[in-house]
Structures are given as structure tokens and as C-alpha cells.
Write a protein that binds this ligand. Structure first.
Ligand SMILES: Nc1ncnc2c1ncn2[C@@H]1O[C@H](COP(=O)(O)OP(=O)(O)OP(=O)(O)O)[C@@H](O)[C@H]1O
Length: 614
């Protein structure tokens, strides 16, 4: 595994070729003597400035970690935190602890990005399925009738060796034509879990060519995938195109902020699967360029977000008040890593006799993510971050192969932190909702390719984005609710790889203390004592996960037996059609012994590799 030390470049500018080809620092006035005037020289100057910044930075980062923190009180965490917070902070030498944890983690190894998935990490996860006549899960892709070309793409283009647990359970349910509400941890392969059955279904259906409306072509997609953000929409589109390669299935995308003309042109060429954000979709429907009349498959990714207060009216309009076939006449699949009870209740309006599937407790986080919570006052956050980044840099844990995603609360603070990071010698980009789409895409691109190995983001980047080399998520500002925390930290520790998540916590975050502490315990990690104390003192005011218990976030129908949609149809936990995948249940036995070549969830990966496609 090799890391590039991007910031070494700053310490010795002469060795580097600056400016890098496609990085343009944000808000050039910060680097320019003349705000508002920006010319081509500014780019070079910006990098010189950044270089200068790093000279200062070098005082900390260029030397050994220990010395790096010895300059001033303000930058000496040992002194600061032992003086001010020794009641709260267990280990005052936190930067080092974080970096040590980081070094121990097995970070993204590029070549093996997908084949190297650590399936063992998913083996022990309890699975809950409720509903009537639940189709049996599968162990291998070969067992599923997805069609030859799709199977070939899965195997040879995607290099997926075997299905992840959510795929093992969800794909047979979806192929059986059942409505589905599915919940599985971040990074566990939900996209493929809804894409494969949709593609397979579309392959068995005659495509509908666009037809002329009164004046212009109207597209009639067979499947609609909705996502809450433009970036996620593009990501799903790219994934779907990869899965559909040479199948003849046409995929198109429609999202806001981008020119509409190319999107219309692609719709005119015909579309089977449309991936869209709600706003642009509604616009195109109202312009009579898309009709939903022939939709057979509807998938909502990040479904709880799609149905929360911000989006729900739009989704309701698309699903219930335009020309989409009603529930029962289409197949509806909802996926997310989190599913609050009240959103489940809302979602059930769109589903008919559905199966509820959860891999792990609803809203739980994978233990592939090493969580760390440190106590940092707002006024100290920047110093803390600077020291942390220098320490990571010194240890080689920051660079194009180990990207760092920093979450902040507001768009303004995203811009401001980005500029500050660039000034002190850490190339960063920012992404938030006030940026034009072009800037958002540029920021994401420069982050992904490591030109700016730090991305400062608001929650616009918290869901769904799959960037394999994100090794560290820093919650510079913690979110107010635990579900957002789960999604944010879920940008690392994906597809079986490990990741690190550091949260800056202070008094303002008391209301989330209990939830984080519980989440850490559930992921077999020790929450610091001071956090547990916060958790205790705020437990009465904090309705953790809406009162859910250990395996509590689950099918809301289980709670009271009153299902808004299905009445008494569903078989709930404990009936013959519902089961847990805990060893030694029959299902667990089926997976962990006969097919996985090893019991108790420790099934050897090699044996799976051998059997995955046989
Ligand atoms: N069967 C598989 N084998 C190997 N890799 C897989 C498999 N299925 C999915 N992946 C990879 O796992 C990664 C995560 O998948 P995906 O983005 O679908 O996760 P997710 O569950 O939707 O996460 P989130 O909740 O954050 O949206 C992707 O890079 C994907 O290519």
C-alpha cells in the first residue's frame, strides 16, 4: 500500500510541478492582493501562497509529531486540554492516538478495490425480515437469474465475487416482484441491490421508445430511481451504466443545476431506467418531456431523506399525483441505512404488501469505522484540526490515497474552512448547496483524484457518496441528529474496508452524546467516560432513536401490529416467515457453514471466492 504525501510538496515546492493541472483554489481573492481581480497568474500565486502557508505549517508537520505540538499553548493540546478539559478528555494526547489508530487501519488498497472486499466484516450481522411469503435469500450471484450479460458485467466488469448480505436478501425479494423497504449499513452495496433486479426486469420487458407528444418527444421510462442529491444521482447513473453495459438497457439521468438540453437529448434517444432528482424530474414532467405512465419499477435511494419534511411533498406529487401507476401496479423499493419510525409510516403509503428487510439494526453503523470522539471547544477547533492534519501527514495518512472529509454545519463555514486550510498549506475543496453545480462537481472531482485530498462539506455530501479512498471523516461540527452522523461517518469504512471517524464534541452537542455513545458501544468500541457522563446527564432529554431498543430500529409494523397499508397481512418477527440471521439460526447456518467454508461468521474469504460464481 502506498500513500502520497501531498503536503510534502509544500515543504519543498521546487520538487513539485506547480500549479497542478486542474486545481484552482477557491475564492482567489484570498490569495490575491486585489480581491475581485483574478487572472491566470493568480493561480500560480495562489499556489505560492499555499506553499508559504505550508512553510508555517512545516513548523508543526515537517518535524516529528512530538515536537510539532510544542510551540504555543494554543497549539499544545497536552497543555490546553489537560488544563481546561482534564475532567472530560481521557487521553490528552489525542492527535497521536487518532493517528495511531489510523496507522493500524487497513486503508484502501487500490488495485483490489472491489475484489478485496472484506466479507467477513458482514458475516455476523443480524438480519431481520418481516412480511408475507418472504423469498429465500441466495448465497451467490450464479443462483440468481439475472441474465447472462448482466451476470457477466457483475463478474467481469464490476469484479463482484459474491453478493453482500443486503444483496443476498434483497435481490430475491425484488426479483419476486415484491415491494421492499430495505435498510442496511452504509457502504454495504445497496445500490446494486436495487439496480440488479431492475435491470433484470427491464431486460424481460419490451422497451418503450419515446413517442411524439403534441410537439416534442416524450420519454416513457420503465424504471425510475430517485435520489436526494445531484452528486448521488450522477453516481447511481454511472453505476447503472456499468451494470447495463452491452445489455441494451438504456439509462438516462436528470438532475438540477446542469444544462437541461443534453439531458433532453439523451431522453430522446430512449430511456429504460431514469435516475433523477425530484426537482428536475418534476420540471421535465411538467414540460411534458417525460411521462411516468409506464413505470414498472420505482426505487427511492436514501428513502428516509426523500420522505422527510424537505422532500416529501415533491415525492408525493411524483408518486401519487402525476401519471405514475398506483402502488400494486408498479414495484416500489425503498433503501437507506437509516429509517426512523415515522418515516417508515409515511413510506408505507407508497408500498403494497411489502417486505421489510434490515441487515443490522436500522440506523446502526458498521464496526469497520473506528469512531473517535474528542472534546474540542469551538474556538479551538481550527488549531485542533491543523495539528491533527499535520500529525496525519507526518505519518503518511493524508494524501491522494487517504482522503479526508471534513463536515461542517453551514455553507459559510465550509467556504471559510476551505480557504483557511488552503492558506495553511492543506489543499482543500468545499462542497455545499450554494455552489453552482459546476463548482460542486469540480470540488468532488479534485477530491476524488487527490488533487485536493481534503473536502470540506455540508450535509449535501453526507449521503450515498461512494469514494473508495476516503480514509478519515472528521465531524468538525457534529450534526444535530444521529442519523446524519451515521450517514456522514459512512463515507468511510465502505465495501469491507476500514476507516476512521473523528468527532469534535463540546457542550453544544450534548443532545447527541447518548446516541453516539450507544452507537459506539454497538459497534464494539469504547466511548470515552466523559462522553458517557454527558450521555447520562442528557439521557432524559434525548429520545435516542425514537425510543428504539438494541435491535429497536426495525419494521414499524412490529411495534403495534397496525400496518397502515397491509392491515394484518404481514407476518412479523417470530412467525414462520420472519427470521433473524444470528447464528445458530437456520439461515445463519446456511450461510456460514455450507457455503462459506467456515462457521461463526469467520467464513474464509478464499472459499467464497472459489464458490461465488460456481
Ligand atoms: N457484491 C459486491 N462485491 C464487491 N463490492 C461491492 C459489492 N456490492 C457493492 N460493492 C461495492 O461497495 C461499495 C459500496 O456500495 P454502495 O455505494 O452501493 O453502498 P450503499 O450501501 O448504497 O452505501 P450508502 O448507504 O452510503 O449509500 C461500492 O464501491 C460498490 O461498488
Amino acid at each position: 500500500m502506498s500513500y502520497s504525501y501531498f503536503s510534502d510538496a509544500y515543504a519543498e515546492p521546487s520538487r513539485q510541478q506547480y500549479p497542478p493541472p486542474n486545481y484552482l483554489p477557491p475564492n482567489p481573492q484570498h490569495f490575491s492582493d486585489h480581491p475581485g481581480r483574478y487572472n491566470s497568474n493568480d493561480r500560480a500565486r495562489a499556489w505560492t501562497s499555499a506553499g508559504r502557508g505550508s512553510t508555517t505549517a512545516g513548523r508543526f508537520g515537517g518535524r516529528s509529531t512530538g515536537r510539532g505540538f510544542e510551540h504555543t499553548n494554543a497549539r499544545n493540546p497536552n497543555q490546553n486540554y489537560s488544563q481546561n478539559y482534564n475532567q472530560k478528555v481521557q487521553n490528552p494526547n489525542q492527535y497521536q492516538t487518532i493517528s495511531e489508530r489510523f496507522t493500524k487501519l487497513k486503508l484502501a488498497e487500490e488495485e483490489n478495490a472491489t475484489t478485496g472486499i472484506n466479507f467477513d466484516a458482514y458475516e455476523d450481522i443480524p438480519v431481520e425480515i418481516t412480511g408475507t411469503d418472504v423469498p429465500k435469500p441466495v448465497n451467490t450471484f450464479a443462483e440468481i437469474d439475472l441474465g447472462e450479460v448482466l451476470n457477466d458485467n457483475i463478474k467481469n466488469r464490476c469484479k463482484y465475487v459474491k453478493p453482500t448480505p443486503i444483496q443476498r436478501h434483497a435481490i430475491p425479494v425484488a426479483l419476486a416482484g415484491r415491494d421492499l423497504m430495505a435498510c442496511a449499513q452504509t457502504g454495504s452495496g445497496k445500490t446494486a441491490a436495487f439496480c440488479f433486479p431492475i435491470i433484470s426486469g427491464v431486460l424481460k420487458t419490451t422497451s418503450s421508445a419515446p413517442v411524439y407528444g403534441r410537439r416534442e418527444m416524450v420519454a416513457y421510462p420503465l424504471a425510475l430511481v430517485l435520489s436526494p442529491t445531484r452528486e448521488l444521482c450522477c453516481q447511481i447513473f454511472e453505476e447503472a451504466k456499468k451494470f447495463c453495459f452491452e445489455t441494451g438497457v438504456k439509462v438516462a439521468v436528470a438532475y438540477g443545476g446542469a444544462p437541461v438540453y443534453p439531458q433532453l437529448k439523451s431522453l430522446e434517444r430512449g430511456v429504460d431506467i431514469l435516475v433523477a432528482t425530484p426537482g428536475r424530474l418534476t420540471d421535465l414532467i411538467e414540460r411534458s418531456r417525460i411521462s411516468l405512465a409506464k413505470i414498472k419499477y420505482l426505487a427511492l435511494d436514501e428513502a428516509d431523506r426523500m420522505l422527510d419534511m424537505g422532500f416529501e411533498p415533491q415525492i408525493r406529487k411524483i408518486v401519487e399525483r402525476l401519471d405514475m401507476p398506483s402502488r400494486g401496479s408498479r414495484q416500489t423499493m425503498l433503501f437507506s441505512a437509516t429509517f426512523p419510525t415515522e418515516i417508515q409510516r409515511l413510506a408505507s403509503d407508497f408500498l403494497k404488501d411489502y417486505i421489510f428487510l434490515s441487515v443490522g439494526r436500522v440506523g446502526s453503523s458498521t464496526d469497520l469505522i473506528q469512531q473517535k470522539v474528542v472534546f474540542v471547544e469551538d474556538s479551538e477547533k481550527r488549531d485542533y484540526l491543523r495539528n491533527l492534519l499535520h500529525d496525519e501527514k507526518a505519518k503518511g495518512n493524508l494524501g491522494k490515497n487517504a482522503l479526508t472529509l471534513v463536515f461542517v454545519e453551514t455553507k459559510r463555514s465550509a467556504d471559510s474552512l476551505e480557504n483557511w486550510l488552503c492558506r495553511i498549506g492543506f489543499p482543500a475543496a468545499a462542497i455545499h448547496g450554494d455552489k453552482v453545480q459546476f463548482e460542486r462537481e469540480r470540488a468532488l472531482r479534485s477530491f476524488k483524484n487527490g488533487v485536493t485530498p481534503i473536502l470540506v462539506a455540508t450535509d449535501v455530501a453526507s449521503r450515498g457518496l461512494d469514494i473508495p479512498r476516503v480514509a478519515h471523516v472528521i465531524n468538525f461540527d457534529l450534526p444535530r441528529d444521529i442519523d446524519s452522523y451515521v450517514h456522514r461517518i459512512g463515507r468511510t469504512g465502505r465495501a469491507g474496508k476500514s476507516g476512521l471517524a473523528t468527532a469534535f464534541f463540546n457542550d453544544k452537542n450534548s443532545s447527541i452524546a447518548k446516541a453516539i455513545s450507544e452507537l459506539m458501544k454497538e459497534a464494539n468500541q469504547d466511548a470515552p467516560d466523559w462522553l458517557n457522563q454527558y450521555a447520562e446527564s442528557h439521557s432524559s432529554s434525548n429520545d435516542y432513536r425514537h425510543g428504539s431498543s438494541k435491535f429497536g430500529g426495525r419494521d414499524f409494523r412490529s411495534g403495534n401490529g397496525n400496518n397502515a397499508d397491509d392491515g394484518g397481512n404481514a407476518d412479523y418477527r417470530g412467525t414462520s416467515n420472519s427470521y433473524y440471521d444470528y447464528a445458530p439460526s437456520p439461515v445463519a447456518a446456511e450461510f456460514s457453514t455450507s457455503n462459506y467454508g467456515g462457521g461463526g461468521g469467520g467464513g474464509g474469504y478464499e472459499s467464497v471466492v472459489a464458490s461465488g460464481w460456481e
